[in-house]
Ligand binder design. Structure first.
Ligand SMILES: [Zn+2]
Length: 172
């Protein structure tokens, strides 16, 4: 249930943040949907369940962070929490700065932590490791810790799986 304080926040004058986005991004958002009037991302999702948007140079960003930056014209805080608890939501008014602890609590409630990686995902992670991508970024995209990526790299984890890097399908 939404607390009174949050309700007030949701009802606050809604800035026309959609109007600030590129048309192709507006086309990737549907809303308002659900009990909290969320705006959900219909574009690409990472294996971790995070909404993603390509930003050029083969890089992708978490869609709601990308949108937050456009709307507020500054870098988003390290951790943005969904006060609507809807991981698909990209509405900047539904995101608030949070602590690592709060974020982990949110994630475990949504079942994002301790996820099992598929063989396909591991081969993709091998690809990103070979590409020299940062472990933190790879972990973020696949919903696992950077330590886990390090263990895959050093063959402490998933050593039974051969090193056959596979380029993810949706990478240009
Ligand atoms: Zn929302």
């Amino acid at each position: 249930m939404v607390s009174r304080k949050l309700k007030k926040f949701f009802d606050k004058e809604r800035v026309d943040w959609l109007g600030l986005l590129e048309p192709k991004d507006r086309d990737r958002i549907k809303g308002p949907v659900g009990p909290k009037d969320c705006y959900e991302w219909t574009g690409k999702y990472a294996g971790s369940g995070q909404p993603m948007r390509f930003v050029g140079d083969g890089k992708s960003a978490i869609a709601y962070r990308y949108i937050w930056e456009i709307v507020y014209r500054k870098r988003p805080p390290k951790i943005l929490r969904h006060i609507c608890d809807n991981g698909k939501c990209v509405d900047p008014l539904h995101l608030m700065p949070g602590t690592v602890r709060q974020n982990n609590d949110d994630a475990s409630r949504r079942g994002l932590l301790k996820r099992q990686l598929s063989n396909r995902e591991i081969h993709e992670i091998q690809y990103w490791i070979d590409q020299g991508r940062m472990m933190k970024d790879i972990g973020l995209e696949y919903g696992v810790s950077p330590e886990m990526i390090g263990q895959i790299r050093s063959r402490k984890r998933y050593a039974w799986l051969s090193w056959e890097p596979r380029k993810p399908k949706d990478v240009e």
